[in-house]
Structure formats: structure tokens, C-alpha cells
Design a protein around this ligand. Structure first.
Ligand code: ATP
Ligand code: MG
Ligand code: FE
Length: 349
């Protein structure tokens, strides 16, 4: 069947249509501009924007696929983690559609969506693979087997800020526009990545080899900016951005490769918004090539939040014969990533 995927956990309203691992069409609306003057996502504004965009985005996704409402055979929706009000709008809409069309509903974990995004471009994930999730709210190294069936093994995660959060916060200190990650990436092209000596947090940590910390790095970058400003003259933002990007990319790829090596895994998948970062991609490519590891990174449009990635998980669940979610299913704003879905297929054990 054609699976409609709905994403509304943060500031993007996304709808995607997937059948048999293939992306048929998708559409996206973002309320990013409405949050810009507040310097971060305002939950109430995000929820209202989802309410506004839900219908049009579903319609656009269908149009882009050349499909009709009646072609939808299942609905998958993000139930968490994310902003409560935002999630509720998406789930309510998805329930309405599933009810009206009399098709099964599947509850999907947002981060499993980020992982599955890559399957739409590169086909089924090898079992096992190491996945580096780097986004606005998460930085984790995972050991992933069968997304529809197996529990996800957490190798390590950030003890404080996420990598995307670090980019966003430092960008603000540097006076760059919101959202900070893409802005840092843009100006870093003109900068020298060796200009500022920034720390590589937790790279020496033997008892937590796959854990990350970005709050110290953020502070170090902010302190550098403060000092340079106190010395007078213009802040060399490009050098600061390039150096910060280098530090983040270095730590992320070093630990991801160590995880592959230590677990005898030959495929690394890098997903989430920060996987869009040009230096993260470049360094991951270089280091994987040297180590003989296959690297998979989804294309930019599938890295950041979208509905196609949720449809991709729904499609895996449908094909694996998972139980649909009950119609009284609710959201879980802080859902831990244990399984990709609310109702995974019973594990092979
Ligand atoms: P989560 O998925 O953890 O709930 P989220 O949905 O807000 O968080 P994503 O949409 O996956 O996160 O990613 C957004 C993050 O990615 C932001 O922090 C943004 O700054 C960052 N980002 C996007 N593009 C780039 C880029 N080119 N370089 C660095 N960071 C980027
Ligand atoms: Mg976003
Ligand atoms: Fe996300």
C-alpha cells in the first residue's frame, strides 16, 4: 500500500508518500521565518502553523505523486519526541485521515524517521549498521539492526548540548542569522579552520568512548568571540565558524568511526539536520574511505525534518506486518528511542 507519513514535531509540517521503499512524492511547509525574530522555535506559533499547513501540505504531497486521497493505504505519524502542541496537531490530523479513509495508523519515533530517511535514497539499511544521529536536539551513536523489529542499541550520546544546538547557539553569539547551523556552514567557506584553537571534548574519554559533549566547545567559541571583540576591530566570524565546524566534525566522525571499528560494523549512516553540514560530510567521506567503511548520508532535503522519512518507517512497519496503533494513541514529547515505532514487530530474539 501507499503509506502517507506526517511529521509535525517541531517547525516543519511534512507529508510524504512511500510505497515499497520508494518515495512517490512529498511536501513541506516551515514556520522557521516566524520564529526568526525570537531566535528559536516558539511552541505556540509552531502548533498554529501546523494547523494552518496540514491540509495544504498533504494535498501538495499527493499532487506531487500524482495520487488521490483514496490511494492512501496507511498513515504513519510522528508521536514523539518533539513539541507537545506541534505533535498533537499532526497526530489529530493523521487520526482524522486514517478514520475517514478507514486505513491503519502507525505511530513513529521522530529519530527513527531520521534514520529511515536514508533508505529512500540508498535502499534498505544493512544489518547491522552504526548510525550517527546529529540534529537540533540529539547527538547519538546507535547500533541499528532491523528497524521494524529490533531494539535500537545506544552506544553513546551527548551528555549536554546537541551538535545542532551548539551551532545554533554559537551562531547567535557570532551575530549570524537564525537558524545558525546553515549560517555557520555558509560563512565557514571563507574561513580558516585552523585559525582558532578549540577543544575536542571527550575524545580522550576511555570509559565513555562514544559519548559527546558540546557545551564546553560552545563556551570556548563564545569566549573567543568575546575576547576578540574586547580587543577591538571586527570579529573574524568566518575563521570562528570554520574552526567551530572543524571541531564538531572532527569529534563526530572520530567517534563514529571508532564505533564502527570496535563493533566490526562496515557501514556508517549519518542522519539528522547536522548531516547537512558540508564539513561533517567531507570529513566523514575522507575518514570512511581511509578506514574502508561504507558511508551513507541522505541528500540534504532528507536530512532535516520531513514527512517522507516518517512514511519510510511506516512503509517498513507495514511490510514487516506490524500491528497498527490503537485509535486512542497519544503523543509522547520525550519518547526515548527504544524501538522505531509504538508497536514494533515481535523481535526475532
Ligand atoms: P531533533 O530531530 O533532534 O528533534 P530537529 O528536528 O530540530 O531536532 P533537525 O531538523 O533534524 O533537528 O535539524 C535541525 C538542526 O540542524 C539545527 O540545529 C540546524 O542548525 C542544523 N543544521 C541544518 N543544516 C545545517 C548545516 N548545513 N550545518 C550545520 N548544522 C545544520
Ligand atoms: Mg527545523
Ligand atoms: Fe529532527
Amino acid at each position: 500500500p501507499v503509506v502517507l507519513g506526517i511529521e509535525s514535531s517541531c517547525d516543519e509540517t511534512g507529508a510524504g508518500l512511500v510505497r515499497d521503499g520508494r518515495l512517490l512524492g512529498h511536501a513541506l511547509a516551515s514556520s522557521m521565518d516566524e520564529h526568526a525574530r525570537f531566535g528559536g522555535v516558539v511552541p505556540e506559533i509552531a502548533a498554529r502553523a501546523h494547523l494552518h499547513s496540514f491540509g495544504p501540505v498533504v494535498r501538495q504531497a499527493l499532487d506531487s505523486a500524482g495520487l488521490r486521497m483514496s490511494d492512501i493505504g496507511a498513515v504513519a505519524v510522528t508521536t514523539g519526541p518533539g513539541l507537545s502542541g506541534a505533535l498533537q496537531v499532526g497526530l489529530a490530523g493523521a487520526k482524522g485521515l486514517a478514520y475517514a479513509l478507514d486505513v491503519p495508523l502507525y505511530g513513529v519515533h521522530h529519530l527513527a524517521g531520521h534514520v529511515a530517511a536514508d533508505t529512500l535514497e540508498h535502499g534498505p539499511l544493512p544489518d547491522p549498521c552504526v548510525v550517527l544521529i546529529v540534529s537540533g536536539g540529539h547527538t547519538s551513536l546507535l547500533l541499528v539492526r532491523d528497524l521494524a523489529r529490533d531494539p535500537i542499541v545506544h552506544l553513546g550520546e551527548t551528555v549536554d548540548d546537541a551538535a545542532g544546538e551548539c551551532f545554533d547557539k554559537v551562531a547567535r553569539v557570532f551575530g549570524l542569522p537564525y537558524p545558525g547551523g546553515p549560517a555557520i556552514d555558509r560563512v565557514a567557506r571563507e574561513g580558516d579552520r585552523r585559525a582558532v584553537a578549540l577543544p575536542r571534548p571527550m575524545t580522550g574519554s576511555r570509559d565513555a568512548p562514544y559519548a559527546f559533549s558540546f557545551s564546553g566547545l560552545k563556551t570556548a567559541a563564545a569566549r573567543w568571540a568575546e575576547q576578540r571583540r574586547a580587543e577591538g576591530g571586527e570579529l573574524p566570524v568566518a575563521d570562528g565558524a570554520a574552526s567551530l565546524q572543524e571541531a564538531v566534525a572532527d569529534v563526530l566522525t572520530r567517534k563514529a568511526l571508532a564505533a564502527c571499528r570496535d563493533h566490526g560494523v562496515s557501514t556508517l549512516v549519518v542522519v539528522g539536520g547536522v548531516a547537512a553540514n558540508s564539513r561533517v560530510r567531507e570529513l566523514a567521506e575522507q575518514r570512511c574511505r581511509t578506514a574502508g567503511i561504507t558511508l551513507r548520508v541522505p541528500p540534504l532535503r532528507l536530512c532535516t525534518d520531513n514527512g517522507a522519512m516518517i512514511a519510510a518507517v511506516g512503509d517498513l512497519l507495514v511490510r514487516a506486518g506490524a500491528e497498527p496503533a490503537p485509535m486512542d494513541v497519544s503523543i509522547d514529547p520525550s519518547a526515548p528511542l527504544e524501538y522505531a515505532a509504538l508497536n514494533p514487530v515481535a523481535s526475532r530474539g
